[in-house]
Design a protein around this ligand. Sequence first.
Ligand code: NAD
Ligand code: ZN
Length: 258
Amino acid sequence: MNGTSDLDIANEAVRTGSRILVLTGAGISAESGVPTFRGGGDTWRGMPFQELSSARMVNEDLPLVWEWFDYRRSVISHCEPNAAHLAVAAGQKEGQFREVTLVTQNIDGLHRAAGSTELIELHGHIDTARCLACGNFASLLTLPNDERPPVCAACGDSMRPHVVLFGEGLEEEDLLNAYEKAAACDVCIIVGTSAVVHPANVIPQIAKREGAFLIEINLEETELTSSADLSLRNTACEVLPEIFAVPSASGEATNESV
Ligand code: NAD
Ligand code: ZN
């Protein structure tokens, strides 16, 4: 723990900043019970995650890819947004004089469930299917659970999970949008990402290069730590409600709005 003073500095930076960018990874959902890749083992039915969640596997065994993602959906379906997701969403709503942009690598939908609106989901969304042929989207919440792969209502072809898999690139528009926000922000908060995956390792570097104050929230040191102006070694739920706390009339920070 770095002590209250680091939290005060972070709170002050967020209160006085006019453009805040929050970049989140699997760690922000860990306290909701969603396993991180590294925290939840790295195989399922004896197969490495990296193989199951790969572009190659979509071509070779699409039903298996669906089994794996249906399993992940079943784990996530029991999870609720936590205090960290809610704090960011509240910070976005209350930000009359500032912009709080949220960029996530998570596919679990917990930021949306917490009420975040200005949201870039770089890696897609686990509750959405996409047609392999025509690119049509469908919500899995409205499709029959026993139809795997789901059939596209527009063209009749098979659908795949709408998530970015290993071996695939990110949606260019989302990426450029995130880079623009990174270049323009004055405070960049990076939460719960090991920062080894592109673009988690690029967005904060752009922000830093353009003069933003970089705050890292992670239980462990990461590859970004040496670039961060402040590294808070606490959980996302301990820190984010404090960082987005609004000062009360007495001048003391409060997170009642969260
Ligand atoms: P990661 O699993 O590589 O790293 C998680 C990081 O979070 C670690 O650095 C860990 O120290 C930190 N952490 C764990 N608990 C924390 C807490 N309570 N508070 C703060 N930090 C905490 O995850 P990643 O960097 O996001 O990259 C893995 C890839 O896998 C991403 O592309 C992501 O989309 C995907 N993924 C997503 C989910 C999800 O949607 N929730 C879950 C697992 C993996
Ligand atoms: Zn189609």
